[in-house]
Design a protein around this ligand. Structure first.
Ligand SMILES: [Zn+2]
Length: 1003
């Protein structure tokens, strides 16, 4: 009853929202001519702009997106630079732009200007404000310099043309205001609906594919004859050897042709022209109306092998998307083989461009995805820049369903990776998204689905915006069932076709039609990075009632529903029950059935759950237990849903005391990562003739409140220390460090932001030939990091304290210290090369300092080193040292004072120290050479002393640094007396931090 009232009121709301809805209308007339010698377009555009809004407009924003390709200053240039492509270093002949603009409104010149930050946006000041219900006509000539197709999606490769985002076009004005957006190749689209009447003039022997209905009967016959020819000669075309005959452009005809295309109810117009195109033509009958749609495939002979069945892919995509969402409304669908290097494919209304595919299957998936954008982008015109998931994500949901429907037994992912080797078993098309998303989620490197396109890291853009959206709508479909889900999507399609729906519109429709509150989906799963995890607790037969009760617990942070199924011994589903979304604990009642052998949460893996290893319970007559057979696999693989996969990897290590170490690591670093991770690597030390090594186990939790994630773990290490002069290397340490790492970054953080609070405890035992020591300690560290395009910051505040005891000499020792490190990195060179300057400020104060033994005192174990910690000062056993027995070796960690010098001349403080370190990347190639200078003051026990040094160095990525000081302060001694010892080595290598490193990389 309640449900019915809810349903009724929601349907009432849908009606209300539609009644208030309005949108602007833009009707275009464009004449354009292609000059294929200079790669330019000469055009005239006129559009009627009808103001349907309740506001009077005194200005218009117009996108002139070819200017995104003009220089290194556009938003596109900035974005490409983040991807390692620099527009400013590209030959200007290859850049693009739009010129000859002369805007007139209703025939009169108007005042207009470029947007102060974006030259690809124009602001037109209307002399006469445009009242609600009124129309104006805007005209301008334009010349487009077509950029190289290697930059983004408007471009040419030779005489192959991809003419997209090419004409002046008003930004969207909707009930939320104006949406002027600079062109980016991530989240490109938001455009007004209207009609197009476009005339394209090209040399006569070009084959053209375009948005809209072709009006010229001679051109239609030309295409038909090409299609007939391609069809009969396809095997001959496939067999053509590469070379001029197949690949080069034939000379352009001296005669011209003008092709006219007309289309209503679209928001964009694109066209593609290539003299080499082969053509295939087909048709598909739509599932609801029975109407027939013509389908076209235009491709180069070089790609004929993969494209020979392209019509089937276009037809099937058109058919299934129509069936699941609503019939395709236009008369034709075209896919063209493009030379774009900006990605796999790109959508435009009625026409899509497809990049090179390595196989027919890959081509099919890309074609279906791009054709599918006709629904999610073309017909449902949401704002992709802001709510990309409504476009790419919804489309991915349909793409996943398409592959699963047409190829239910596919192993696309397994086949992709070394043909199924490395134990990547039975991984299908949907697993690509599933594994990628879960990997990022466990690393805590994911961003919410609802993130502005420009704020997504590129890994998250693909894994979250596309794939996670696809996965959670598959989740919704498995919860609602196909029939109800399809009703929701059809209603959404009917209400919002040729409109601009927002997320709240979609939520209102889907909730209204399904009669369910879906905050767990539109809130938790879309707005946050909350994770899904359920656990099956118990299954119990209730004899008198002939039923089973199954207890399930929601251990994740999403208040969603979960499906539990009873299975027979073949794994076939007998019955499925769903929990209520809000219930933390649920008891589900199943019919008893002698065939039941087990109960499983989501056996078909429709739900992107973070941990699938607690999803099954075996029914064994009287005994109920969880089961997961253990499989041991070499190196690496995937975690299968109903197995426990363990991997083993040979290990080799080296240090001064242990000499060579050989051993084996047993671990569970498989795909995707699991919340519980372990890595156990015992190794035999040939130096000490005994066993050492490392082990680490951790668990990542995702609390509903307070922190994004908490990682608890313990790291255990044991290595040799002392290089005994008598050749008896028996000294070693054993350190156990439990830790707790709390990620405090908000969900909505920008890419490159981190905020971590870490607690680390130390339990350490060092065994020497004549002494033994015990140390217990605590380190608390708070780090904030923000990486922006031109500026990076990292700030740390740290407390550390250690209590030690030497058994043999019966001495206690201790220290407690507060310290801070502030690092700033800015770009100082940003033209052809990019180079950085880095400043680091360090300050430390010892609250307590009692080194106890004179030995420790002499070694400076608890002192603040002006140079950084040497092996002997790595009390918390955090780093890897070739030799941790000395304090005056060449290797230092770049912590503490960070002076870039080796030290035959130790400088340490037992009280306080402060340093500044400057590093400049030199403007020469390659970018590994740096100049550095360090300055510091410290209390050396006698008074305050100042030190400086400066020199040149080499940084090999983030891992190795070698530094050659050239000058240093007199009180550091004679630099050149024994120069070799002044050279400093920094190794920032910790293989066991790899998963963490990976996560920072992905951030
Ligand atoms: Zn897409």
């Amino acid at each position: 009853m309640l449900k019915k009232i809810l349903l009724f009121s929601l349907i009432a709301l849908i009606g209300k929202a539609s009644a208030q809805y309005w949108q602007q209308q833009v009707d275009y007339r464009i004449d354009v001519k292609l000059d294929d010698k200079t790669h330019r377009l000469y055009g005239e555009i006129a559009f009627d702009y009808l103001n349907n809004s309740p506001s009077t407009l005194d200005s218009l924003y117009i996108h002139v997106w070819p200017n995104a390709y003009k220089n290194g200053k556009s938003a596109l240039a900035e974005q490409l630079e983040g991807e390692g492509k620099k527009l400013s270093s590209i030959d200007t002949a290859k850049l693009g732009g739009i010129s000859a603009l002369d805007f007139k409104v209703n025939g009169s010149a108007v005042s207009w200007s470029f947007h102060p930050d974006h030259e690809d946006i124009v602001l037109i000041k209307l002399a006469q404000p445009l009242a609600p219900g009124k129309r104006l006509t805007l005209t301008t000539p334009f010349i487009v310099k077509i950029p190289s197709g290697s930059i983004s999606r408007l471009g040419h490769i030779g005489q192959s043309y991809q003419i997209t985002q090419w004409y002046p076009k008003p930004a969207v004005f909707d009930h939320k205001g104006w949406h002027p957006i600079p062109y980016l190749n991530q989240g490109e689209f938001y455009s007004e609906y209207g009609s197009f009447d476009v005339s394209i003039t090209v040399p006569k022997n070009y084959v053209v594919g375009a948005t809209g209905e072709l009006q010229n009967s001679t051109e239609a016959s030309f295409l038909d004859s090409l299609a007939q020819d391609t069809k009969t000669r396809i095997s001959e075309i496939i067999a053509l050897p590469s070379g001029n005959l197949r690949d080069s452009f034939p000379p352009s005809a001296s005669e011209w042709k003008t092709l006219r295309y007309i289309q209503d109810k679209v928001h964009d117009f694109a066209w593609f022209a290539d003299k080499r195109y082969k053509v295939l033509k087909g048709s598909v009958k739509l599932p609801e109306s029975g109407r027939t749609v013509t389908t076209w495939a235009l491709f180069t002979p070089a790609n004929a092998l993969n494209w020979q069945n392209a019509i089937e892919y276009i037809n099937d995509g058109t058919y299934y998307y129509s069936k699941w969402n609503g019939d395709y409304p236009y008369s034709a669908v075209t896919a063209v083989d493009g030379t774009i290097s900006a990605g796999g494919g790109m959508e435009y209304p009625m026409i899509t461009v497809i990049g090179n595919a390595s196989s027919a299957r890959e081509l099919e998936v890309v074609i279906v995805h791009e054709v599918g954008h006709n629904w999610f982008y073309g017909i449902l015109g949401s704002n992709e820049r802001q709510h990309g998931w409504m476009d790419e994500g919804m489309n991915t949901a349909n793409e996943m369903r398409y592959v699963a429907t047409k190829y239910p037994d596919n192993q696309d992912l397994s086949d992709m990776v070394l043909g199924g080797k490395l134990h990547l078993n039975d991984l299908d098309h949907h697993d690509m998204g599933d594994i990628f998303y879960r990997l990022l989620a466990v690393l805590d490197a994911d961003q919410p689905i609802e993130t502005h396109s420009a704020e997504f890291s590129s890994a998250n853009y693909g894994a979250i915006m596309y794939q996670k959206t696809g996965l959670i709508f598959q989740y919704l479909r498995s919860y609602l069932g196909d029939e109800l889900y399809d009703q929701c999507m059809h209603r959404y399609y009917d209400l919002y076709q040729f409109k601009h729906p927002y997320p709240e519109d979609m939520q209102r429709v889907v909730e209204g039609v399904s009669g369910r509150k879906l905050d767990w989906l539109f809130g938790d799963l879309i707005q946050t990075t909350n994770i899904i995890d359920y656990k099956i607790k118990k299954a119990q037969r209730v004899e008198p009632l002939n039923t089973f009760t199954v207890k399930v617990k929601n251990t994740g942070s999403v208040a969603g529903p979960i499906g539990v199924s009873s299975l027979d011994k073949e794994g076939a589903i007998l019955e499925t029950q769903w929990t209520n979304p809000a219930d933390k604990r649920s008891t589900l009642i199943f019919n008893d059935n002698p065939a039941i052998t087990e109960f499983a949460i989501d056996p078909n893996r429709n739900i992107p759950e973070i941990n699938r290893s607690n999803n099954r319970i075996l029914v064994n007559k009287a005994l109920f237990k969880k089961h997961e057979p253990l499989t041991l696999e070499f190196m690496f693989g995937d975690h299968e849903a109903n197995k426990t996969n363990v991997f083993w990897t040979p290990m080799m290590a080296f240090n001064h005391s242990d000499r060579t170490m050989l051993g084996v690591a047993v671990h569970n670093f498989g795909l995707p990562f699991k919340p519980v991770q372990y890595f156990i690597a015992p190794m035999f030390s040939f130096g000490r003739k005994t066993v050492g090594g490392v082990a680490e186990i951790s668990k990542t939790c995702f609390p509903s409140y307070g922190a994004r994630s908490i990682k608890i773990g313990i790291s255990v290490k044991s290595f040799g220390i002392d290089d005994d002069p008598n050749g008896q290397r028996q000294s070693f340490y054993f350190a156990a460090t439990p830790y707790l790492k709390i990620n405090l970054a908000p969900d909505t953080r920008h890419k490159g932001y981190a905020n971590d609070l870490t607690f680390k405890w130390l339990f350490r035992r060092d065994i020497f030939s004549n002494d033994m020591s015990m140390e217990n300690g605590l380190k608390v560290n708070h780090t904030i990091q923000s990486n922006r395009k031109n500026f990076s910051y990292q700030g740390q505040l740290q407390f550390e304290g250690v209590l030690g005891f030497h058994d043999e000499i019966f001495e206690f020792e201790n220290y407690a210290r507060v310290s801070t490190t502030q690092e700033f990195e800015v770009k100082y060179l940003d033209r052809k090369k990019t180079r950085n300057i880095k400043f680091r400020f360090y300050g430390a104060y010892n609250l307590a300092y009692n080194p106890g033994s004179s030995y420790y005192n002499a070694m400076g174990r608890y002192s603040i080193s002006m140079f950084g910690s040497a092996g002997y000062q790595d009390v918390f056993a955090e780093n890897y040292f070739l030799n941790r027995a000395t304090v005056s070796g060449a290797q230092y960690t770049d912590d503490m004072g960070g002076f870039r010098t080796g030290s035959n001349n130790l400088r340490m403080s037992n009280y306080w120290a402060s340093t500044v370190n400057a590093t400049v990347q030199l403007p020469i190639q390659p970018n590994m050479f740096v100049a550095f200078a360090d300055f510091g003051v410290y209390d050396n026990g006698v008074g305050v002393a100042a030190l400086y040094n400066a020199g040149l160095g080499i940084n090999l990525g983030d891992i190795v640094g070698v530094y050659f000081p050239l000058v240093q302060s007199v009180n550091m001694g004679d630099l050149y007396q024994n120069y070799k010892t002044s050279i400093r080595l920094t190794l920032r290598f910790n293989p066991f931090n790899l998963p963490y490193k990976l996560s920072t990389l992905l951030k």
